[in-house]
Write a protein that binds this ligand. Structure first.
Ligand code: FAD
Length: 375
């Protein structure tokens, strides 16, 4: 790999050439979650072995360096071509920066290559049955016992936990008088540890995409703590903007590919191409412009924060509008047929929930960006 590749335009051309000559098309015929996961790992391995997956990540964690924008380009090309699904792919963009930012350097150097190369998958154990939007109220407890911490509690909505080797887990370590935001501590937990139980949950789109994860006296070595005791809230606040930045870029590429598919299908069934499609395109384009600016801010070394809530509101709106338009222009396809449009229409309802609900994002925009005070 030459340094010329660090230039984003050159990088994209070279990556496209590589993808054109190295066929990573998913095998036809099996649309199960297990098949998606196998394809996800296959794509990561091929991209990592060829170097692509290492660009945009620091050398200290097994990367090849270069601007962050390079990894956004990889995600855009891979997911936009339908080689991997945006859901599993997004875990890289969310959890890798967290490990690099908070794990001991030796731990990050050991673990990050395992994730990027598809040797392992990881999951994000934040939400609990009683703590979603109000994450700071979480009750999963970690108590120190010499060189280990003993963890008890339950997580829920943990995406892809059934395939994960490890989990970035938020726990409560502070006492009753510790302010909530100083009472939370994060650990990097091996899910094979005795006492961990993972139970997949069926979603309304028919896929067991997320899980309940139970922790019963799970012993975690102290050197698996991410940051220091009490750093967990800061870790979560640093992680959430990543859920609304690089991983949106590849999701947008996917939505564009579905928009193109919708236009084709509408023409095939002889429907008039109407203004709903124009409005949907505008929503997608507005989102892409906004997200492009976010990718550049990230690449220029800015720390992302509350402003990424705008990206989240635009993403959820555009995604739901796309699938609403599909429902309106392809009569019966979503209501009566068992197909990708139906599955994706149902999944698009989650866009206003995952990564922080639409209401919470609007609260953040109102309070922290517009300074409108409490509701
Ligand atoms: C597809 C998907 C994948 C997910 N993956 C993960 C994962 O991998 N790991 C993980 O930890 N979590 C995950 N989650 C969970 C997600 O983060 C939570 O669902 C989300 O934070 C909302 O929490 P909740 O479901 O407990 O809803 P609640 O917080 O109970 O909210 C219920 C309703 O009340 C509204 N509400 C709550 N508080 C306020 C307020 N102050 N003002 C106005 N309205 C309010 C909300 O907007 C919502 O409409 C996932 C969720 C989905 C849908």
């Amino acid at each position: 790999m030459s340094d010329a590749l660090l230039d984003p335009a050159t990088f994209r051309i070279a990556l496209r050439d590589w993808l054109d000559t190295n066929d990573l098309t998913p095998p036809a015929g099996d649309d199960s979650l297990e098949a998606h996961q196998a394809q996800h790992l296959r794509v990561l391995k091929a991209l990592y072995d060829a170097g692509w997956m290492r660009y945009g990540w620091p050398e200290s964690a097994g990367g090849l360096g270069g601007p962050d924008i390079l990894r956004a380009i990889v995600g855009e090309e891979v997911v936009g071509r339908g080689l991997d699904h945006p859901g599993p792919y997004s875990m890289l963009d969310v959890l890798t920066p967290t490990m690099i930012g908070y794990a001991r350097p030796e731990l990050a150097a050991e673990m990050v290559p395992k994730l990027l190369s598809g040797q392992e998958s990881w999951c994000q154990g934040f939400s609990e049955p009683g703590s979603g939007s109000d994450l700071a109220s979480l009750t999963t407890r970690a108590v120190q016992d010499g060189d280990t911490w003993i963890i008890n509690g339950q997580k829920v909505w943990t995406s892809f936990a059934q395939f994960a080797t490890r989990c970035v887990l938020l726990t409560r370590t502070g006492g009753p008088d510790t302010p909530n935001h100083e009472a939370i501590t994060a650990f990097f937990v091996d899910l094979k540890t005795p006492g961990v139980t993972v139970r997949p949950l069926r979603t309304m789109h028919g896929v067991d995409e997320f899980c309940e994860v139970y922790f019963d006296d799970v012993a975690v070595p102290a050197d698996r703590m991410l940051g220091k005791p009490g750093d967990g809230w800061r870790l979560a606040m640093d992680l959430l903007p990543y859920e609304r930045s690089t991983c949106f870029w590849q999701r947008i590429a996917y939505l564009y590919s579905r928009f193109d598919a919708l236009v084709d299908q509408v023409k095939r069934v002889g429907q008039a191409v109407d203004s709903d499609l124009g409005e949907t395109y505008l929503a997608l384009h507005t989102l892409r412009c906004r997200s492009r600016a976010t990718q550049h801010r990230l690449a220029d070394g800015h720390k992302l924060g509350a402003e990424t809530s705008i990206d989240k509101v635009l993403l959820a709106g555009a995604e739901q509008q796309l699938y609403d338009t599909a429902r309106d222009l392809l009569p019966g396809v979503i209501e009566l047929d068992d197909n990708d449009w139906r599955t994706e229409y149902l999944y698009s309802r989650a866009a206003t929930i995952y990564g922080g609900t639409a209401e919470i994002q609007r609260n953040i925009i109102a309070r922290r960006l517009l300074d409108l005070g409490k509701e």
